[in-house]
Design a protein around this ligand. Structure first.
Ligand code: ASP
Length: 348
């Protein structure tokens, strides 16, 4: 890059940031989270259900505490996702699903809507909280995405907590892999039917609006059970599984190949920007129509800068919830479960 290019770039960054901060107005903070689409009643015991609800509540409360303290949306997203990564019930961090050859390979990404900065990691296998490493990539490297061993070397340099790969193993996920391997033997991995694939979801994600009116989004996952060594899904792909800008923040969960093919998270934000759709309308178009029409499934959480939100999904369940400035958590698991939505800010 030449010197004049560099000066031009500095000017552009200053202008863009100026525009972003002009656009943002004081807001009532909101945090929306998901604990994965593909939840099926037949697989969830009453004890599991209580534990899922408790974990979502804790994640919401941790994120809300950050927002209530005046911290940025990024902090709320990181706090909520870290709680869910540490809980073995979810397919992220501890409790991640297994690859075909019996390993855990973790993916995560985060994006700051105020600056369009983003960070992502894929195929890490020693990083306790991949969302913290994604954030470190965003904040302490000139890059957006680091993968595999290179990501782990960077984690070490950054003082991010590393664990033995055995830390991620849970019996529940190991059994799911054994079932999937049996299905492979019976029918072939490439064409496994979506019904069988769906039950392995459980990714976690969060989107937040802070008191300054800035948005952020993040997603963390173990991917899909029985995935090939080296497979990367949508969750760490900016624009596919995660996206945030000045008007919109999205985290997706579902059959990642389809989310990548439709650039789902960015597509939702683009529809809101260019077609002036609400989160519910954009979610309906992408999650309820476009992805299933291609043969995929899943859900998303969508938050707009006016505080309005949508949590669409096309599976039987999606663990989900939100918390506003009153600090009352709202949680739902299955389709049809009542869930009041945050109100859009009243126009001044
Ligand atoms: N989207 C994730 C992936 O494909 C899986 C999930 O959401 O559960 O890796």
């Amino acid at each position: 890059m030449t010197h004049s290019h560099a000066r031009l770039r500095t000017l552009c960054v200053a202008l863009c940031l100026g525009l972003a901060s002009q656009a943002a107005a004081a807001a009532d903070p909101v945090l929306v989270i998901h604990g994965g689409a593909g939840l099926e009643r037949k697989d969830v015991t009453p004890q599991d259900e209580a534990a899922i609800r408790a974990a979502l509540t804790l994640a919401l409360e941790k994120g809300h505490a950050a927002l209530a303290a005046g911290k940025p949306a990024l902090d709320a997203v990181t706090a909520a996702i870290t709680v869910l990564e540490d809980d073995p019930l979810f397919n992220a961090g501890k409790g991640a699903v297994f690859t075909h050859d019996g390993k855990n390979e973790l993916d995560a990404s985060i994006m700051d809507g105020a600056t369009l900065r983003a960070g992502a990691v894929a195929n890490v296998h020693h990083v306790k909280n991949p969302i913290l490493l994604a954030r470190a990539v965003m904040e302490h490297s000139p890059h957006v995405m680091l993968v595999g061993d290179g990501a782990e070397v960077f984690a070490k340099e950054q003082g991010i907590e590393l664990v033995d790969p055995g830390y991620f193993r849970t019996e529940r996920r190991w059994k799911q892999l054994q079932e999937a391997l049996k299905e492979d033997a019976a029918g072939g991995q490439a064409m496994r039917d979506p019904e069988a694939t769906t039950k392995h979801f459980g990714t976690v994600g969060a989107v937040a609006l802070d008191a300054q009116g800035h948005l952020a989004a993040g997603t963390s996952t173990g991917g899909m059970t029985d995935k090939r060594y080296g497979r990367v899904g949508d969750s760490p792909i900016i624009g596919a599984g995660t996206y945030a800008n000045g008007q919109c923040a999205v985290s997706g969960t579902g059959w990642g190949e389809f989310y990548i093919r439709v650039a789902a998270a960015h597509e939702i934000c683009a529809r809101m920007a260019y077609l002036h759709e609400t989160p519910a309308q954009a979610g309906e178009a992408v999650i309820i129509k476009q992805i299933p029409a291609l043969g995929g499934d899943g859900g998303a959480i969508i938050l707009a800068s006016d505080g309005s939100a949508a949590l669409p999904f096309n599976t039987e369940g999606m663990a989900r919830g939100w918390i506003g400035s009153d600090g009352v958590p709202h949680i739902a698991l299955y389709s049809g479960d009542p869930l009041p939505l945050p109100d859009a800010a009243k126009a001044p």
